[in-house]
Ligand binder design. Structure first.
Ligand code: NAD
Length: 332
């Protein structure tokens, strides 16, 4: 397959490296509006074609797919154009900056029989794959509540707020693990240091199955936090992306036994014991390499990717509703 990549800023070079190194990708052409970025890539990968004009990639009949790694406000127009030229698209997260635009893109892709994959890289993280497998095997039982914290210092120049920057990662993991979309969404946010831009926010969700979730994103600490807790009927997961591979995902069996020595006539006693602690073995692989490989397979076989447009659209819906809720309650 032949692929074009548009946008070689901070993230684009990682995509270039992974498409370049994937044997399923034969030809790679890249575009950015900045000559310096193209030269930077040309130095690293001399046989990659470069162009200052993204339209040149869209019009190139040899390219099967276009990857879009530009700022979110350009995603919709570039993706729509690419699909009009018959290309499948991989669009970096978040899919668009409005739910209406996300719906339009997904509908158009369906009508044209094109694949949309969204750069929700954590759906390909070994930790998330391992948690999903563990859930699918049934040991955790019923899923009750998801709670995440994603904290780091904000970027020096922010065009989007902390919700649009960080929450797509947790929301994509959440929707992937729950396999359903929330029917109630609320949020609270504040601007503490970023001069009117939301830099600390909490999103609360409820789901049709009565599961619930809380996502906390924050730009105010240089101490990076990447933590997810998932509470289930038979125990709970603790997933800390900052930890070494062996300790990254742990499942704690509940360790409660209320059957010990209990007669019917006695008051119910709960006995807390140390439940079984399972350090979950993670599969190997670099998330972005797995994501790129899955996209190339989807294009080749016409199969729906797990990071599909529907999930991407749903992430945008939650971000948008959270944004409205924050505006109603915000104090700056
Ligand atoms: N998956 C991840 O973990 C991850 C991480 C970081 C960023 N991202 C996403 O990647 C995208 C890009 O983010 P970034 O941090 O690299 O941004 P950036 O601003 O560093 O880079 C964007 C690049 O796109 C170029 N560009 C802008 N409009 C263009 C156009 N119309 N045609 C061609 N080039 C154009 C700019 O010149 C710039 O070089 C965003 O959607 C962001 O959310 C994803």
């Amino acid at each position: 397959m032949n692929v074009g990549i548009i946008g070689i800023g901070y993230w684009g070079p990682n995509l270039v490296r992974n498409f370049y190194n994937n044997p399923k990708c034969k030809k790679l052409k890249i575009s950015d509006l900045r000559q310096g970025r193209l030269e930077y890539i040309k130095n690293l990968f001399p046989d990659v074609s470069i162009s200052l004009n993204p339209a040149e990639l869209l019009e190139d009949k040899e390219l099967d797919a276009i990857v879009i790694a530009t700022p979110v406000n350009t995603h919709k127009s570039l993706a729509l154009e690419a699909m009009k030229f018959g290309k499948h698209v991989f669009i970096e997260k978040p899919l668009t900056d409005s739910y209406d635009d996300a719906c339009e893109l997904v509908e158009f892709a369906k009508s044209q029989g094109k694949i949309i994959a969204v750069g929700h890289i954590f759906q390909f993280a070994p930790s998330v794959i391992a948690i999903k497998n563990y859930i699918d095997n049934g040991k955790p039982g019923e899923l009750f509540h998801f709670s995440s914290q994603r904290i780091n210092l904000g970027p020096p120049h922010a065009s989007i707020d902390v919700v649009w920057d960080l929450a797509p990662h947790d929301l994509s993991i959440l929707l992937h693990l729950f396999g359903e979309y929330p029917n109630k969404i609320n949020a609270y946010g504040e601007s503490r240091w970023w001069n009117g831009i939301i830099d600390n926010a909490h999103i609360f969700m409820e789901f049709p199955s009565r599961r619930s979730a809380h996502v906390h994103v924050n730009w105010l600490s240089s101490n990076k936090t990447r933590r997810i807790m998932l509470f289930c009927s038979n125990g709970n997961f603790e997933y800390d992306e900052t930890k070494g591979e062996e300790d990254r995902v742990i499942f704690y069996d509940k360790g409660i036994d209320n059957r010990i020595n209990q007669k019917d006539s006695e008051k119910t006693k709960l006995q807390y014991g140390v439940g079984e602690i399972t350090k979950i073995k993670l599969p190997g692989g670099e998330p972005l390499a797995l994501e790129v490989d899955a996209f190339l397979d989807s294009v080749k076989y016409g199969s729906e990717p797990v990071n599909n447009g529907e999930l991407g659209k749903e992430v945008v819906r939650i971000l948008e509703i959270a944004g409205h809720a924050i505006k109603e309650h915000v104090y700056a």
